[in-house]
Design a protein around this ligand. Structure first.
Ligand code: SF4
Length: 411
């Protein structure tokens, strides 16, 4: 089989590139092996009359050496390679656009599905930490999102569909591959060190596909990532947090963004279904499941700082009260405004004061560095630009224009 995915190697210094990915489309009905878990691949090979260990061999070629051409899988017999070539493929989502920022942030827009398909985005953020250079990939789990958080660019695009495991793990595959397009196979190494399921979509509403993708991330035959380096971030789908606790050990983050129900109902509407008390209790149960695991010693609280909305001293006090019995680390996120956003970013002084209140009370509280401002790193922003085509986005713009008109006439 010829290479299923080849990204053109253009000048990567250029800020922004529309990429026409040369993809050799395989004949229809070939099975895509990219998103298969070890158990699924073992069954696949057994059904072919082969030994189970072939699964591990193929997984290593695909996820550790980023080989998509069966002809290159040298420890597999020629006969089996020919068979695989005929009936299956390894196919990552197609890159239609990419931005590489000067600060090292990389962002891709992928086309998923056939024909025109749909667009999702993935962002990689580099940082230095105690253990060295960290490269964190923020992965999408759905095309758009149904939850419509009021500060979120993705929510404005509406929900289209869930991603498949191949489309989810394909984002990790492609981000790694982007660093080794010209590296010989034997010298290829995985570059992405951390994953957060925090891109477009609510991961717990695409539970099975997200779970099996995270299992691949942890699998030693695939990415072999440590549990504490894989984080699932949810807006608070309480029953699924409990299910997750049973199914896998990964780190948990909560998109909280408000310290009381009234405000959270407005910013994160799923709060009306699962209010704060229920959410905090679910987090406590998650940690209690195996509190000694390094991935489960605390929950990360994500809190976007919206000017004059949730950033006042009283909000910091309410947050302290809310989190007093939940081991947590708080990450304050300066809002990254998108076109027609109804909010502004809190001032630096306001954010620092908010952080101080939490730190003084003993919480580890960090301020997320704004990265990739030059490439529109806010979730959903780039797809919104590449294809702003849903009715909801249009309606949203109209609403904002109406509101501005009212303010103008009120003087
Ligand atoms: S913040 Fe997350 S859950 Fe809320 S609308 Fe955006 S993608 Fe969906």
């Amino acid at each position: 089989m010829s290479s299923a995915v080849v990204v053109s190697s253009e000048n990567l210094d250029e800020k922004q590139q529309s990429v026409s990915t040369p993809v050799v489309h395989a004949a229809e009905k070939k099975v895509n092996l990219l998103g298969m878990s070890r158990a699924e691949l073992e069954k696949f090979f057994e059904d072919l009359g082969e030994k189970k260990f072939r699964a591990g061999q193929v997984m290593k070629w695909v996820h550790q050496y980023f080989v998509t051409d069966f002809a290159e899988m040298s420890n597999i017999s020629g006969k089996l390679r020919e068979k695989l070539e005929k009936i299956c493929e390894i196919k990552a989502p197609e890159v239609v656009h990419r931005n590489y920022s000067k600060d090292g942030t990389r962002k891709w827009v992928f086309r998923v599905g056939d024909g025109e398909g749909s667009l999702v985005e993935t962002v990689l953020i580099p940082a230095e930490d105690k253990t060295g250079a960290r490269k964190t990939l923020c992965i999408s789990s759905q095309v758009g999102c149904a939850l419509d958080c009021s500060f979120c660019s993705t929510g404005k695009q509406g929900f289209q569909r869930d991603l498949t495991p191949a489309e989810i793990i394909g984002q990790l595959w492609m981000a790694n591959y982007s660093y080794m397009e010209d590296v010989p196979v034997a010298e290829r190494e995985r570059t992405v060190t951390n994953v957060v399921m925090m891109g477009m979509g609510e991961p717990l509403l695409n539970y099975d596909a997200v779970l099996s993708s995270m299992q691949l991330m942890l699998d030693d035959f695939a990415y072999g990532m440590s549990k504490r380096r894989v984080t699932l971030s949810t807006s608070g789908v309480v029953p699924k947090i409990d299910q997750l606790a049973q199914d896998i050990d990964v780190a948990l983050a909560i998109s909280l963004h408000a310290p009381n129900d009234e405000l959270r109902n407005e910013l994160v509407p799923i709060n009306k279904k699962y209010p704060l008390q229920q959410l905090i209790a679910a987090c406590q149960r998650y940690l209690a499941k195996d509190g000694n695991e390094s991935s489960r010693r605390h929950v990360t609280i994500e809190y976007v700082m919206l000017d004059g909305v949730n950033d006042k001293p009283e909000h910091a006090q309410q947050l302290l009260k809310l989190l007093k019995n939940l081991p947590s680390k708080i990450n304050l996120i300066p809002f990254n405004p998108f076109p027609h956003a109804p909010y502004g970013r809190s001032s630096r002084n306001r954010i620092i004061a908010f952080q101080k209140t939490l730190s003084d009370a003993g919480f580890v509280c960090t301020i997320r560095q704004t990265r990739g401002d030059d490439i529109d790193a806010a979730c959903g922003q780039l797809v919104g630009q590449v294809a702003d085509r849903t009715r909801r986005a249009e309606q949203w713009k109209k609403k904002v224009a109406q509101r501005q008109e009212i303010l103008r006439t009120q003087g």
